[in-house]
Design a protein around this ligand. Sequence first.
Ligand SMILES: NC(=O)C1=CN([C@@H]2O[C@H](COP(=O)(O)OP(=O)(O)OC[C@H]3O[C@@H](n4cnc5c(N)ncnc54)[C@H](OP(=O)(O)O)[C@@H]3O)[C@@H](O)[C@H]2O)[C@@H](O)CC1
Ligand SMILES: Nc1ncnc2c1ncn2[C@@H]1O[C@H](COP(=O)(O)OP(=O)(O)O)[C@@H](O)[C@H]1O
Ligand SMILES: [K+]
Length: 519
Amino acid sequence: MLVDPTPRYQHLHQIAVSATQMREIEDRLFDSGMPVAALMEKVALLIVRRLKEQILTQFAFKSGAKIGVLVGPGNNGGDALVVARELHFQGYDLCLYHPLNQFKELPQQHFNYARALGIAELESVEAFSECDLIIDGLFGFGLEREISGNLAQLVETLNDWEKPIVSIDIPSGIHTDTGEVLGTAIRATHTFCLGLWKLAFLQDAALAHIGKAELIDFDIPWADIEAVLGKHPRLHRVTAATVKANLPLPRPPVTHKYREGHLLVVCGSRKYAGGAILTGLGARGSGVGMLSIAVPESLKPMVVAQLPEALTIGCPETAEGAIAQLPKRVQLESYNAIALGPGLTPEVPSLVETLLDTETPLVIDADGLNILAQLNPIAALAKRRAISVLTPHAGEFKRLFPEIKGDRLSAVTTAAQQSNAIILLKGSRTAIAHPNGSVWVIPESTPALARGGSGDVLTGLLGGLLAQAQTRELPLENTLATAAWWHAQAGILAAQERTELGVDAYTLSQYLIPALCKL
Ligand SMILES: NC(=O)C1=CN([C@@H]2O[C@H](COP(=O)(O)OP(=O)(O)OC[C@H]3O[C@@H](n4cnc5c(N)ncnc54)[C@H](OP(=O)(O)O)[C@@H]3O)[C@@H](O)[C@H]2O)[C@@H](O)CC1
Ligand SMILES: Nc1ncnc2c1ncn2[C@@H]1O[C@H](COP(=O)(O)OP(=O)(O)O)[C@@H](O)[C@H]1O
Ligand SMILES: [K+]
C-alpha cells in the first residue's frame, strides 16, 4: 500500500503530482460517478472557507470589502466564479473580469448565474485598482502555452499594483510541472493548491510567484491516487513525518562510539580553513559516534581548538597550503563514510582520485565537485562500487553535467541516472535524486541559508548521518532526505529567532540540535 488512509493529512503532504497525473486522477473520480459540477462546488466552498479563515481576517477585511475576480475560460475560471458567488452572498462587494470571451460549458453556466445575481462585470482590468483583494482564476493546470499580448499586459498590470492576490490552484502563467513562467505569470501573495501538491510548488523557478502556499484537500480517494502514482511513488515531499521515523534515535542502550558511525572529513586548506571547521560542526550536529578530520598539517591547532572531540589528522601540504596527500596510516576503508570538498582548493586532483577509489560511501561537495568535473565525472563515478552522494549547487551542477538541460527536478533525475550517483541539488527547494529514479524534495526552507558556508554545514551533517545509517542499517534514501530537511529546519528556526540576516553558517550549525528538539 502506498498510504494508510487514516493519517490522511500526513500522507497527502508527502506526494506531489504532474498536470497529467492530476488529470488522470480527476478523470477516475468523474468516471466513478462524481459529478464535475459537484466537485467544483465542493472545491470552491473549501476555498471560501480558507479565504475567510486565513486571508480576509489577516487583512482585517470586513464584509463589504471589494474583491476583484479574474475569470478564465476553463475550470479554473469555474472555480473562481463559484467562489465569487459565495462571497457575494456573504456580503462582500464582488466584481468580475473575464478577458477571454469564450467559456467551457460549466464555467459558462456559473458565469450566467453570476450575471443573473447582478455581480458587477468590468470592461477592463483597470477597475480592479479599487479592489482590496484580487482572486486569480485565469488559468490552472490546463495552461499549456505562453500568455502573450493583451493577456500578458493584464497580468503585468495586476502585478504592478502589489495588491494581495490569491491564486486558485496555481498562479496563472506558471507551468504546473516545471514551475517555469510561461510568458508572464501572476505574482500571488497566497496560492491555494487544489487536491494534491503540483510539481511547480517544488521548483525554485515558481517560488517568487506562489507566495504563501496551502493545500486544499478535497478528499480524493487513496485508491485513485495509488492507481495513478503506483504503490511506490517516485517523488517524495519530505515532511517532519518522513524524518521522525528515520533519525538514528533512540540509540540502543548498549552501544559504543564506533557503532554510532565513524566519519572522516577531508576538507580545508590554508586559504579556506573555515570549510573544515564548518563541515566539522555540521558533522558534530549529526551526533555521529566518532569524527576524524583530515586537514593540512598547519591547520591542525585551529581544528583542535574548535572541535576538541574530533580526531584531527594533519596531512602533508603543498606550497599553497592544500592537502597534498593523506598520511599512509589513514585506512580509508575503516570509516563508515567520508565527506570531502569544502575548502580543499582545486589544486590536488590526485587526492580526490584516491578517495574515489575507496569502497567507502562518499559525500562530495564544493572543490571535490570542481575536481570531479575535470575528471569526466560519469566515467569516474561509474567505477565506484560504494555510494557516492554529490551535493552541487546550480553552478556546480552545470559544470558536472553541462549537457543536461531542463527544469531542476527533471535535470537532477537525469543526472542521477546517468552518473549512477545520488545527486543532491541545492537550492531554495533542495532535491535529492537517486539512480533508481526516486526524488526527494525539501518543500520548506529559508533564504537565510543563501550565505557562504551553509552548504559546508550540510556536507558535515550528511556525512555524519550517512555514517550512522551505515552502522545502524537505516534506509539510505530516508537518511539523506532527513539530513537536508534538518538543515533547512535549522535555518528556519534560526531565522525565526534572529531574522534572516542572523543565520551565518556557524550559527546555523548551532541550531541543528535545537531544530531537532523542536521536532
Ligand atoms: N475538473 C474539475 O472539476 C476540477 C478542476 N479543478 C480546476 O480546474 C482547473 C483545470 O481546468 P481546465 O482543465 O479547464 O484548465 P484551465 O487551467 O482552467 O485552463 C484551460 C483553458 O484555458 C485556455 N488556455 C490555455 N492556455 C491559454 C493561453 N495561453 N491563452 C489563452 N487561453 C488559454 C484553454 O483553451 P484551449 O487550449 O482549449 O484553447 C482552456 O480553455 C484546475 O486548475 C482547477 O482550478 C479543480 O477545482 C478540481 C476540480
Ligand atoms: N534561497 C534559498 N532558500 C533556501 N535555501 C537556500 C537558498 N539559497 C541557498 N540555500 C541553501 O543554502 C546552502 C548553500 O550551499 P552552497 O551554495 O554550497 O554554499 P557554500 O558553498 O557557501 O556553503 C544549500 O543548502 C542551499 O540549499
Ligand atoms: K490560477
